[in-house]
Design a protein around this ligand. Structure first.
Ligand code: ADP
Ligand code: MG
Length: 250
């Protein structure tokens, strides 16, 4: 579903991604962990066409990110083509970024109506079903300010799912939540994983990674330091940098 070969990204003179190699298979829950500033968010943003890579190659679902290949030539995608590809990728951020003036169900149906030109009736029906799936059927008429952080994040997940993505990116989805609200969001993510959604999850929740994750990559300083199954990496880290990081978050 995602393949990264030697992906590099710089901001000005500062190289933030220094050649990332990894592969995410269909239906896999792929956990990305590492200290702050290691390039995790930047990498997700590259996958989601929010940043242009400066080197290497990146594919999502067999298609090169940002380019079209014809023969051995590469053509840069036009903005319109990029927008179309971005529809297939759902992203959930640390801050939920819901539209404050819209109810939960309006937040979820916004993109299907505005972007996909779905009828309001159809979008609303699907959105209600999605809110039910994240356990919020009774909150469809609430505004974000009337919801807890955990509820807002679950609405944000439903909103991302409304576009029927083939890949979901989670960037520290529980980091901004009070501890007692973390579990309800992780439960929704666990449910998605069980349904076979391909997910890349940046998280410090090592319990979730161990239980739900199929693969885990430890990143530091813009490189992949080590990777394996969550059990392998968490129980038997091979590198000092991984051990030092894990001793802080476990
Ligand atoms: P992480 O998500 O692992 O904490 P980030 O990908 O957010 O790391 O950031 C990696 C590095 O890139 C940091 O040093 C950060 O300051 C830098 N960085 C991120 N975004 C930008 C930007 N838009 N402009 C300049 N530097 C950036
Ligand atoms: Mg980040």
């Amino acid at each position: 579903m995602v393949k990264s070969e030697g992906v590099r990204k710089s901001y000005g003179l500062v190289e933030v991604l220094k050649g990332i190699d990894l592969e995410v298979k269909q239906s896999e829950v792929f956990c990305l962990v590492g200290p702050s500033g290691s390039g995790k968010s930047t990498f997700l943003r590259c996958i989601n066409h929010l940043e242009k890579i400066n080197g290497g190659r990146l594919w999502v679902d067999g298609e090169m990110v940002g380019y079209r290949q014809r023969g051995d030539k590469l053509y840069e995608l036009k903005d319109r083509e990029v927008a179309l590809k971005r529809r297939d990728i759902g992203m959930v951020f640390q801050r939920f970024n819901l539209f404050p003036h819209m109810t939960a169900v309006e937040n979820v149906m916004e993109a299907p109506v505005q972007v996909k030109r779905e009828s309001r009736a159809e979008a609303k029906e699907r959105s209600m079903a999605l809110l039910e799936r994240v356990g919020l059927a009774d909150k469809s008429g609430s505004f974000p300010s009337q919801l807890s952080g955990g509820q807002q994040q679950r609405v944000a997940i439903a909103r991302a799912l409304a576009m029927k993505p083939k890949l979901m990116l989670f960037d520290e989805p529980t980091s901004a939540l009070d501890p007692e609200l973390v579990g309800e969001v992780l439960d929704v993510m666990r449910g998605l994983a069980e349904e076979g959604m391909t997910m890349i999850v940046v998280t410090h929740e090592m319990g979730f990674a161990r239980e739900v994750g199929d693969a885990l990559v430890f990143m530091d300083g813009g490189v992949v330091v080590e990777s394996g199954t969550p059990r392998e990496v968490l129980s038997n880290p091979q590198h000092e940098r991984t051990r030092a990081f894990l001793s802080k978050v476990l």
